[in-house]
Design a protein around this ligand. Structure first.
Ligand SMILES: [Zn+2]
Length: 142
């Protein structure tokens, strides 16, 4: 199969995301709307990245707040805000590693085996020795 077609097949946006998390996606989208109204009232919906970019600190705060009480002062679940911050953090991380919208490139560079120079794939076992990283096959022979 052509690499691009294979990549589309292995990126099931509908069956592996929308169908998995329909309520969560709606809740996060609603929070985007509420946040936009709060930060930029009556402006069209957009992610204002100049506001509150401390994704992991905010995520941590909402995680703790969720333990203390489920609902934030604005009526939104802290867990929804945790999910929104996790998405924002992931989006920024992927952008830094793949600054295009090309789905083929929407994965992290996982580096390559020190011996055979083959790039590591997600879920592949990576062995470490003397600060170098090896694939399973090469690790057996060193
Ligand atoms: Zn190798």
């Amino acid at each position: 199969m052509e690499a691009k077609a294979q990549d589309r097949k292995e990126t099931p946006v509908y069956s592996g995301f929308i169908k998995y998390f329909p309520r969560a996606i709606k809740a996060v989208a609603r929070l985007s709307y509420v946040g936009n109204q709060q930060h930029n009232p009556n402006k069209s919906l957009h992610w204002d990245r100049s506001k509150s970019g401390d994704e992991l600190d905010a995520l941590g705060r909402h995680l703790i707040d969720d333990i203390l009480e489920k609902v934030d002062d604005d009526g939104i679940l802290h867990t929804t805000k945790v999910a929104w911050r996790a998405m924002a953090n992931l989006e920024k991380m992927l952008e830094e590693n793949a600054p295009t919208n090309n789905v083929v490139e929407l994965t992290m560079d996982l580096g390559k085996c020190y011996e055979c120079k083959q790039p590591f794939k997600p879920s592949q076992v990576v062995r470490h020795k003397d600060k170098e990283r090896y694939c399973e096959d090469c690790y057996k022979n060193i």
